[in-house]
Design a protein around this ligand. Structure first.
Ligand code: BES
Ligand code: ZN
Ligand code: ZN
Length: 456
C-alpha cells in the first residue's frame, strides 16, 4: 500500500460514509461494510454505520474487507474514516497494519502456482506529520511478519541449526547489537542439562542464541527476553496423539517473536537495555531420547525429575533463565512460550495469559498491550500450584503437575523457581500464536512497545 498526499483525479476513489451523512449522497447502500459505486464519477462509498458506534474494531473489519476485496486500484481517502474517537493517525495505522498482515509476501510458501495479481492500493493522507509518525507502525507490522515467516516455515526446513543462522542473519552487520550462538559443546560447558535433555532425541544440535542491546548504558535496568524455541514438539516418549501433534511446528513461536521484537527494539532505538536468550531444539524420539523418570541437574544446580517428556518447554526455558541471570543480571525477566494446552482451556484463542510477580511491571505491560491492541489476561502465581511440582522423592522438582488442575499455573510456578526473585513476567501464547494454520506473531508489537516505554 502506497501512501500519497493527494488523490490522482484520474483514478478511482474509495470513501467511507457514515449513516449520518447519507443524505449528502443519494442512493447509497446503508448496510455496514457494503459498497456503492458511482462508475461515472469514479468513486466508491463504503458504509461505516453510525459514526457514534464506529470504533477501532469496526475500522479493522472495514480495512480487512477493503484490502481483501481486490477488485480495482483504489485510492482510499483516509480522512473519511475519522470520527471523534478515531483520529487520522489511528486510521492510517490500522490501514497500514492490516495491509501488512494480509499481504505478508515474505511468509513461507511452497505453492507452485502463483496467486492472482493484486491491484495496488493507495492511501491518501494529506497530513505530513501523520505520515511521518506512521513509519513506526510500518516497521513494527513488518516485524510481526518476520516472526510469522519463521512460524510458518515447515519443520523439515526450520530446525535449530537453521533457525539460529536465520536469527544471526537478521542482525548481520548491525553495530548496535552483540549476537552470540552457542553450539552443543558450549551448551554442555554451561551445564544446561535440562535444555540438553530435550535435545537428546534430535538429529540436530541444540543452539542458544544470545542477543544483547544496550540502548541506555547509564541505566542499571535491563530486560531479559526468553523465548521458547522448540522447532517441533512431538512430545518425546510421552508422544502426542495425532490430533495434538499437528501444528507443533509453531512451538518455536516464542523464540521467533523475541527475535523479531529485538529487531524492532534495536531499529527503533529504544532507550532501554535488553537482551534475548533463545534456546532452540526439537523434542523428538530416538534411541537416545530421554525417557520419563530421568533426573537432571539444571544449570542453576536445582535437580528435576522428568515425569512427562512433553512438558519440555519449561525445561529449556529454566536453563535459559539461569543463563540470562548469570551473564546479564537483568532487573526484569520476560519469557514467552507456547507452553501449555491448558491455557487454551482457560483463555481460548483470544487472550495471551500473563503472570507477573510485580504489579508495576504488570501495569506497564498491560499499557503496552493496550497501546498495541493485543489482548492479555492476568493469571495467578500461587504457592498451591507448586505443591505437586515439589513433591518429588528423588529430586528437588518434577517438571509436571499431573493432577490436571491449573496446568498453566503450575508451569508458570515451575519457571518462577528459576528466576532468583528477579521481577518476572511469564506469557503463555499456546492459544494465541496461531489462528488455525495461520501464524499470528502475537506479542511482537507489545514487547517492542514495552521496551520503548520501559525506562520512561
Ligand atoms: N507445546 C506444548 C503446548 C501446546 C499445546 C502448544 C497446544 C500449542 C497448542 C507443550 O510443550 C506441551 O506439550 N504441554 C503439555 C504439558 C503437560 C504434559 C503438562 C500439555 O499442555 O499437554
Ligand atoms: Zn510438549
Ligand atoms: Zn512444547
Amino acid at each position: 500500500m502506497k501512501i500519497i498526499n493527494k488523490e490522482n483525479k484520474n483514478k478511482f476513489i474509495l470513501k467511507g460514509f457514515f449513516e449520518e451523512d447519507k443524505l449528502k449522497v443519494k442512493n447509497l447502500l446503508t448496510t455496514f461494510g457494503t459498497i456503492t459505486e458511482d462508475i461515472n464519477k469514479q468513486i466508491s462509498y463504503i458504509c461505516l454505520g453510525s459514526n457514534k458506534k464506529f470504533d477501532k474494531n469496526s475500522l479493522k473489519k472495514i480495512a480487512n474487507k477493503i484490502i481483501k476485496l481486490n477488485i480495482r486500484e483504489f485510492q482510499i481517502i483516509a480522512k473519511s474514516f475519522v470520527t471523534k474517537e478515531l483520529d487520522l493517525q489511528n486510521v492510517v495505522n490500522v490501514f497500514i497494519d492490516t495491509y501488512e498482515y494480509l499481504n505478508g509476501d515474505d511468509l513461507y510458501s511452497a505453492k507452485t502456482t502463483k496467486s492472482e495479481k493484486s491491484f495496488p492500493l493507495f492511501l491518501v493522507v494529506e497530513d505530513a506529520k501523520v505520515v511521518a509518525e506512521s513509519k513506526q507502525t510500518l516497521i513494527i507490522s513488518q516485524l510481526v511478519n518476520k516472526a510469522r515467516k519463521y512460524q510458518a516455515t515447515p519443520p523439515n526446513i526450520c530446525n535449530s541449526e537453521w533457525l539460529a543462522q536465520e536469527f544471526k542473519q537478521m542482525f548481520k552487520d548491525n553495530k548496535k547489537v552483540k549476537i552470540k550462538i552457542l553450539d552443543k559443546a558450549q551448551i554442555e560447558k554451561e551445564k544446561m542439562n535440562l535444555f540438553l535433555s530435550v535435545n537428546k532425541g534430535s538429529a540436530f544440535e541444540p543452539r542458544l542464541v544470545v542477543i544483547e542491546y544496550n540502548g541506555n548504558p547509564k541505566s542499571k535496568e535491563k530486560i531479559a527476553l526468553i523465548g521458547k524455541g522448540i522447532t517441533f514438539d512431538s512430545g518425546g516418549y510421552n508422544l502426542k496423539p495425532s490430533q495434538h501433534i499437528k501444528g507443533m511446528k509453531f512451538d518455536m513461536s516464542g523464540a521467533a517473536i523475541c527475535a523479531a521484537a529485538m529487531k524492532g527494539i534495536v531499529d527503533l532505538n529504544a532507550k532501554t537495555n535488553v537482551c534475548a536468550v533463545l534456546p532452540l531444539t526439537d523434542n523428538k524420539i530416538s534411541s537416545n531420547a530421554q525417557t520419563p523418570d530421568s533426573i537432571w541437574t539444571s544449570m542453576s544446580g536445582k535437580t528435576v525429575e522428568v515425569n512427562n517428556t512433553d512438558a519440555e518447554g519449561r525445561l529449556i526455558l529454566a536453563d535459559a533463565i539461569t543463563y540470562a541471570i548469570k551473564y546479564f543480571d537483568p532487573t526484569q525477566i520476560v519469557d514467552i512460550a507456547t507452553l501449555t494446552g491448558a491455557i487454551i482451556i482457560s483463555l481460548g484463542t483470544t487472550y495471551t495469559g500473563i503472570w507477573s510477580t510485580c504489579e508495576k511491571s504488570y501495569n506497564k505491560f498491560l499499557a503496552a498491550a493496550n497501546k498495541q491492541d493485543e489482548l492479555v489476561w492476568r493469571m495467578p502465581f500461587h504457592e498451591d500450584f507448586l505443591k505437586n511440582i515439589k513433591s518429588a522423592n528423588f529430586s528437588d522438582y518434577k517438571n509436571t503437575d499431573l493432577s490436571g488442575k491449573g496446568g498453566s499455573n503450575s508451569a508458570a510456578m515451575f519457571l518462577k523457581e528459576f528466576t532468583e526473585n528477579k521481577k518476572y513476567i511469564h506469557l503463555d501464547i499456546a492459544g494465541t500464536a496461531g489462528d488455525g494454520d495461520n501464524p499470528t506473531g502475537v506479542m511482537v508489537k507489545t514487547l517492542i512497545q514495552f521496551a520503548l516505554d520501559f525506562d520512561k
